[in-house]
Design a protein around this ligand. Structure first.
Ligand code: HEC
Length: 128
């Protein structure tokens, strides 16, 4: 039974590694793509604005919303909301002002600042 504490700490270690998303490399790539977005801050800001209420978003606790589409793999998609070609600038535009793009979309204007939309876009681009 002496192995129990060892197994337990190994499990804790693995859990903390799994939760340490995005990795430094993913965060750096996302920063380059978005012109300086901070993916780790973005993950926190997603909860601040309540994106998790409507979207399923990996790595964000409680993000199981089903009103909007799941955001995994958004970096691989061709269009954003079926409207805008998927470029970093367009993703930030959509996050900050979805109703400027599509006046009747169910996604609300949430007053997301320019810097926060950059950080959030960076986080979304780390999702596979
Ligand atoms: C009230 C629900 C709601 C909230 C809150 C919300 N969204 Fe959305 N979101 C939607 C809906 C609905 C769509 C689909 C819009 C469409 O296609 O017209 C969408 C679409 C999107 C898309 C495009 C997805 C795709 O597959 O093309 C992204 C990216 C996105 N939302 C990000 C966010 C972020 C980031 C936040 C928080 C700042 C957020 N959303 C908050 C409902 C919401």
């Amino acid at each position: 039974m002496k192995t129990m504490p060892l197994v337990f700490s190994a499990v804790l270690l693995l859990m903390s590694i799994a939760c340490d998303r995005p990795s430094r490399r993913e965060a750096e790539q996302a920063a380059t793509l978005t012109g300086g977005g901070n993916a780790r801050l973005g993950r926190t800001e997603i909860r601040k604005y309540g994106c998790n209420n409507c979207h399923e978003i990996s790595g964000v606790p409680g993000a199981r919303g089903l009103i909007g589409p799941p955001l995994d793999g958004i970096g691989q998609r061709y269009y954003i909301a079926g409207e805008l070609p998927n470029t970093p600038d367009n993703l930030m535009l959509w996050i900050a002002h979805p109703r400027h793009v599509e006046p009747h979309t169910a996604m609300p204007e949430m007053g997301v600042t320019e810097q926060d939309s950059r950080d959030i876009a960076a986080y979304l681009y780390t999702l596979r």
